[in-house]
Design a binder for this molecule. Structure first.
Ligand SMILES: Nc1ncnc2c1ncn2[C@@H]1O[C@H](COP(=O)(O)OP(=O)(O)OP(=O)(O)O)[C@@H](O)[C@H]1O
Ligand SMILES: [Mg+2]
Length: 263
């Protein structure tokens, strides 16, 4: 596979968090800009761990929503300390306004985008066509299925213009068909711009690995309190990234089952 990993886009150093007991400790990870000739190849990274391990807390720290007890999170090519609002977030429960139509929800997401009203509407139309949402634009969130709402929520973040999008459990509660649609959407968002970077926080080993170029395993080590990154999988080097239908691949399935035993 012809690619290089260039400048750092996200650098997490020595992050720890405790409440009444340690939740996260010594979290260190780096995401670099992947460059593939002739392609706008973004980054898709997953943080995988079992329920209760501290994924949502780490998600909030990466989004600048809570401060860790120690450590730093630097984002972007300029490597600035992360602040709330700089990163697009798709939380575990969606952020759509129920009293507004899908179109108006998407318009709201663009309130800080400097475009004329007409241009914003044209952009929404564009994305709606690209991502099969045209027939839903006039509907209200409660008239959509969970998977459709999830996709609107992702597109909403793309429309804000954020290059970083953090997603907390994007596959949970969806059936296989909707999971495929969400995965397809994520794959396409990741190739809209070379700096686009998706960070998926999930306990779903199979689907997270299938969409990612890199996976970090978040787990507790024996006799130690608080979760840390116990393993990093470079799925590009393993020959398991950027391949449609990878879930059918035997080697991929073996990796999935090994990771399931480790978390
Ligand atoms: N505000 C808080 N005060 C004290 N403990 C908290 C607080 N928020 C979360 N925790 C604890 O932190 C731990 C990690 O919670 P977190 O929500 O990050 O788990 P998770 O990995 O996202 O789980 P799930 O997969 O079920 O979403 C849990 O034990 C939880 O009880
Ligand atoms: Mg969670």
């Amino acid at each position: 596979m012809n690619y290089t990993k260039n400048e750092v886009l996200l650098d997490v150093k020595d992050v720890s968090l405790s409440y009444d007991k340690p939740i996260l400790r010594d979290i260190n990870l780096t995401i670099r800009n992947i460059v593939r000739p002739g392609l706008d190849q973004g980054q898709v990274v997953s943080l995988i761990g079992r329920s209760g391990v501290g994924k949502t807390q780490l998600f909030k720290i990466l989004a600048g929503l809570i401060q860790p007890d120690t450590g730093t999170i630097m984002i972007g090519v300029e490597q600035q300390a992360v602040e709330a609002g700089q990163v697009g977030i798709v939380p575990q429960n969606y952020l759509l306004f129920n009293h507004r139509s899908i179109h108006d929800n998407l318009r709201l997401a663009m309130k800080h985008v400097t475009l004329e009203s007409k241009e914003k509407d044209a952009l929404i139309q564009d994305y709606a066509v690209k991502f099969d949402l045209t027939e839903h634009l006039k509907k209200y969130p409660q008239q959509l299925s969970g998977g459709q709402r999830q996709r609107v929520s992702i597109i909403q973040q793309v429309l804000t213009g954020n290059r970083f999008i953090l997603l907390d459990e994007p596959f949970s509660g969806l059936d296989a068909l909707m999971i495929d649609k969400v995965m397809d959407l994520l794959g396409r968002v990741a190739t809209l711009h070379e700096w686009n970077t998706l960070v998926i926080v999930s306990h779903d080993v199979e689907n997270s690995l299938a969409i990612s170029d890199t996976a970090f395993i978040l787990a507790r080590e024996k006799d130690k309190e608080g979760a840390t990154i116990t393993e990093t999988l470079d799925l590009i080097e393993m020959g398991l990234a950027w391949t449609p239908g990878i879930r059918e691949n035997r080697q991929f399935q073996q990796v999935v089952s090994q990771i399931k035993h480790k978390i």
